[in-house]
Write a protein of this length. Structure first.
Lengths: 325, 430
């Protein structure tokens, strides 16, 4: 046992002891909290490791093999990737179809949604009704909509061509003519821009009126106000929309699968999109290794495009918060 | 230390779930009275089919002391992926109904069990030979045929009379088909009110006509390619001729209406001759208002070249790694035996693989039921199956776009088929 000479010394030693104790207790509490934290999120962690990261890494590995799910898994290096560019002609077709679709659908749906939201942002009586009306298509779910559009686009009896006939225009055969299948899908996509419209509408209402008032005082016209105030103010949402719809458009699958006979790719393979071709390889001929390789290539393509988008985005996206963060 | 703990926790949780899984399957292996449970997967879940297959299973179960079959219904499409996953995981069903044309593909990929040790000649002789051929892979049987189909020409007898054609003399060759079709067309100005015939409507495609012209030789036979042959070019040109005669617009607008499947154009009287599978008759029977129709084999390319038809169907097989193959085989034997097959055929109006059963059904049916069924059974002699060649699993997807392009007037048949053959060659797997 120690003996202390002075009260001060004793006090100092007590403090040190206390400090040590609390420090120890706090540490263990932190650890305990960490443990509980991990426990609470463990369903997600296990799900993520087992159902997302695991399969992801597995498919990365599989992309270098001739994996067929049941009996084969030989390492074949880059053969799958070589095959895409040398042997598999449908790969090029599918990539081209997908790029075509992305190139048109992203700008069209974005512009369409902005246009609609600006219209629906006017202060007119009964606006709520119109907003509901234009948003309505967005709540209808996939397959039902595709079947509906297959009827609408029917060459002789469909509503679209009947409507065109009123103006003396002979409508195309839409889903039966390889030249018109993709435009037909774009038309269908345009019909359901309501989801994007809602986003823009919300952000439009966040644009401060004082900006427009100031512009009015300076004598700015409607177009000028739109280009110099509205667009920059909602640019973060445009950026978000362009980014997500680009990624989404690359993944187009359902439409083509449902609207072409058993996912065959439509007339002249004009609707054979990348994911459809990949699906056919994976689940029709069980070439899982090759399908995995295709998936990873698409991943790389989309990632590069997203990075480019982010880089360009810095130039035109206006963040009100000030520094670009 | 944190990581260690995390690891332990997740390991425990993971073990828990795994134990849960294995516990379940161990339980299911025997019934309470000690019968071995055979898990049978099918996609027959519809209101009409489910009771039929379950009655067959019931009958089997009642006759057994040692085996109990449990039916698991899985939706069409899902069933194949689920089967693959379960084979890969080593815990598959004991019996599964699968597509007849890909038996070889599954055998090659190690997805199904070799059944040859259970099978002798007398068992094999129960089935139509063209079906039995498709279940063989490298001289071993990997499945047992269950049902099949065949295509016939359905024709509207009233329309024949109206056009002055003897309704008891259906067209027998392509030339006759063309002659008849022209007589049967009904036009109102530029619009067709009735089309006599169009070869790509119904349950038949360009490939079948091309095969028929080539004396029944398909695109790939015994590992050799016969895609770009003079007869196939000719057939393609012939198909294009039909399209040109009717006009692109007529064809497309008719097709768009079939797409909705609200009413069949043959039954509605809009098309006078129509190629379809035997069971199409049930639609005529149920919705045709006593339509006066006849059936005939698909017309031959020329006299004596054969009234070839395509066929498909399903087989019963044992997935690779099934726990009770012997018991499973007992059930397959019953399922493909005369009794169960006859019941299935009578109730579903389906063509079955068992010869004895098919003949018994012909005898038992009456009237039109019998007339059409007998025609389908006879037609099986001229029906060919085109199993997916293991070396070129994806060949159809390569050929079809080229055929599409010809029919769209974008290229000539010779060019298209030459390119198609090149494309398929590139696919070859060693």
């Amino acid at each position: 046992m120690k003996s202390f000479e002075t009260p001060i010394e004793r006090r100092g030693a007590d403090l040190a002891g206390k400090k040590e104790k609390t420090l120890h207790r706090r540490l263990s509490r932190q650890t305990r909290e960490n443990i509980f934290g991990y426990l609470f999120i463990s369903p997600w962690i296990i799900g993520f490791l087992g159902l997302t990261l695991g399969p992801l890494l597995f498919s990365l590995f599989a992309s270098f093999t001739d994996y067929n799910i049941t009996s084969r898994m030989n390492f074949i290096g880059l053969d799958n990737f070589k095959r895409m560019f040398t042997i598999d002609d449908l790969f090029k077709t599918s990539l081209w179809n997908t790029l075509y679709y992305v190139l048109f659908s992203v700008p069209l749906t974005t512009a369409g949604a902005i246009f609609l939201s600006v219209l629906l942002n006017q202060k007119v009586k009964g606006m709520k009704f119109f907003r509901t009306l234009y948003y309505l298509p967005a709540i209808l779910s996939g397959v039902a909509v595709y079947f509906l559009w297959m009827q609408l686009l029917s060459p002789s009896t469909g509503l679209v061509n009947t409507f065109l006939a009123w103006f003396g225009i002979e409508g195309p055969a839409w889903l039966f003519d390889p030249e018109w299948t993709k435009p037909a899908l774009l038309l269908m996509k345009m019909w359901s821009v309501g989801g994007g419209m809602l986003l823009y509408l919300a952000s439009l209402q966040g644009v401060s009126n004082s900006l427009y008032e100031a512009a009015d005082l300076d004598g700015a016209g409607v177009m000028q106000k739109f280009i110099y105030i509205t667009l920059p103010m909602i640019s973060p949402i445009i950026f978000f929309d362009v980014l997500t719809s680009t990624i989404g458009s690359f993944q187009i699958f359902q439409e083509a699968y449902v609207m072409t006979e058993n996912g065959s790719g439509g007339p002249g393979n004009s609707l054979l999109f990348y994911n459809l071709h990949m699906w056919n390889n994976a689940f029709e001929v069980f070439d899982m290794g090759y399908a995995s390789a295709m998936a990873w290539l698409l991943f790389i393509v989309v990632m590069i495009l997203t990075i480019i988008n982010m880089k360009i985005g810095k130039k035109w996206v206006h963040y009100e918060g000030g520094d670009d963060k | 230390m944190k990581k260690g703990l995390l690891f332990i926790i997740s390991a425990f949780l993971l073990m828990g779930t795994l134990a849960g899984c294995s516990g379940e399957s161990a339980q299911a292996e025997k019934t309470k009275d000690g019968k071995v449970v055979v898990d049978f997967w099918s996609f027959w879940g519809s209101e009409t089919r489910r009771p039929i297959i379950e009655k067959i299973i019931d009958d089997f179960n009642r006759s057994q002391d040692e085996v109990f079959v449990k039916h698991t219904y899985l939706p069409w499409g899902d069933i194949w992926t689920k089967n693959l996953a379960s084979v890969a995981a080593g815990n598959p069903a004991d019996v599964i109904i699968n597509d007849i044309n890909s038996v070889g593909q599954r055998a090659e990929n190690g997805q199904s069990e070799d059944l040859s040790k259970y099978i002798d000649d007398s068992f094999k002789d129960q089935f139509y030979p063209h079906l039995w051929e498709t279940v063989m892979y490298e001289d071993k049987a990997y499945a047992v045929p269950f049902n099949t189909d065949t295509r016939l020409l359905f024709y509207n007898k009233d329309a024949f009379k109206e056009a002055g054609i003897d309704p008891e003399k259906p067209p027998a060759t392509w030339t006759e088909l063309e002659e008849y079709a022209e007589k049967l067309d009904v036009k109102n100005g530029d619009r067709y009110e009735r089309v006599g015939f169009y070869p790509l409507w119904g349950s038949i495609g360009a490939a079948s006509w091309m095969t028929s012209a080539d004396g029944g030789k398909g695109f790939i036979q015994d590992g050799k390619l016969y895609i770009n042959t003079p007869k196939k070019q000719e057939a393609l040109q012939w198909l294009l001729g039909w399209k040109e005669r009717l006009g692109e617009k007529t064809v497309q607008s008719f097709e768009a209406e079939f797409g909705s499947e609200q009413s069949n154009p043959f039954i509605a009287g809009k098309v006078a001759m129509w190629v379809d599978i035997g069971t199409f008759y049930t639609q005529i029977r149920d919705y045709g208002n006593d339509m006066n129709f006849g059936v005939a084999p698909i017309p031959a390319y020329e006299e004596g070249s054969g009234n070839w038809s395509d066929g498909g169907g399903f087989v019963a097989e044992i997935p690779k790694g099934a726990k009770h193959p012997e018991e499973a085989m007992k059930f397959i034997e019953y399922l493909t035996g005369p009794e169960a097959q006859k019941y299935w055929a009578m109730k579903n109006y389906d063509n079955v693989a068992n010869k004895e059963a098919a003949e018994a059904v012909v005898k038992e049916l009456k009237g039109d039921d019998q007339y059409v069924y007998e025609a389908t059974v006879k037609n099986l002699d001229q029906t060919q199956l085109f199993p997916v060649p293991t070396q070129y699993p994806d060949y159809q997807n390569r050929i079809n776009p080229h055929i599409d392009n010809v029919l769209l007037g974008k290229t000539k048949p010779e060019k298209a088929l030459e390119k198609a053959e090149e494309d398929v060659k590139k696919l070859k797997k060693n």
